[in-house]
Design a protein around this ligand. Sequence first.
Ligand SMILES: [Zn+2]
Length: 392
Amino acid sequence: MEFLFLLLPIAALSGWLVARKQYNKSKMSNLSAFNPDYFKGLNFLLNEQSDKAIDIFIRLLEVNSETVETHLALANLFRRRGETDRAIRIHQNLIARPTLTPLQRDNVLVELGLDYMNAGVLDRAEHLFLGLLSKASPPIEAYKPLLRLYQQEKKWQQAIDMAIKFQSQSKEDINSTIAQFYCELAEKQKLSEPNSILPMLKKAHYYDANCVRASLLEADCLMKAENFRKAIKVLQNIEKQNVNYISEALQRLLSCYQNTHNLSGFDDWLHSLLNRHPTITSARIMLAQVIQMLHGSQAAHDYLYQQLQSHPSVEGLHTLMSLAQPSHQTIVPLIKGITHTMVRRGHRYSCQNCGFSGKTMHWQCPSCKRWNSVKPTEIHLSSLESLLELSQ
Ligand SMILES: [Zn+2]
């Protein structure tokens, strides 16, 4: 708390030094630095009357182009400490000065918008940013906070419009984020306007052809319309889009193949998938489930037993023991209990960016707010859980 106020005299001093430099240049007398207000301000500061002190110091600071940065830095510190009113006062004070260049003015306005966002006055922040961005040469810094604001408020159409504008004016590639915004919009209108969903998902794939989430949503739509064959095509294409997410498609694929009475087709496809990607445990467990449905528990057990030699996994072991007849009356139930706990305790999804992990899928990381950074981990429980229900 105290150290920040120590900066105020420094800021005042830098203003004074600049003023003195100008005085030397113009040979004009300037005694403002010895203004008795300065000592009055120091006195307030020493008596911990920080509000009065800051008022006086702000009045004292000679605002010209060279001290603007100091003011901005100071206001930034206040904002980061959560003292938003103070940051707002400094920024409003700066804007009122006629000496600012247009560029500096825009900078201060962006900062003021960030203050409003921090204070939770989102409509004021939005209004301010929109005003800045409607100018002939808008400050590029205004886009990102406005995009953050729209995401916070779940105004997805506005977020899309703004993201497209931002991308056209900056070099940054945010196509996959724009696709996520379209998916959010589609999820929001899934119930109220189901007919508007498919065009939105098309847009998502226009911006990011590998958007897995749009494919999953598209498959859900097709399944609802009982167009299972097309849904299977969309879901299988996820292998090409991003094979890390294929586990998200397996339950839906099972349901599509069941509805088309073609479980053996699913069996074939899972075998070929595992040939191409032998490490996908969730597909192996799903295949064991399909084998059990087609050929019984013993066949599923034999398949898994053989697979576990080359691809050991806790989930596989656990599934195997659920399928087997208990051959040892104490050891098998014990190991089964342990694997059960281990599998249940495991997190299904984790963020590649910040390490956040959890049991539900988030397309935007709840911790670091990044899009497309949460990925399914190898432990995939949903197929295992249904297998357990089946074998009970
Ligand atoms: Zn994260």
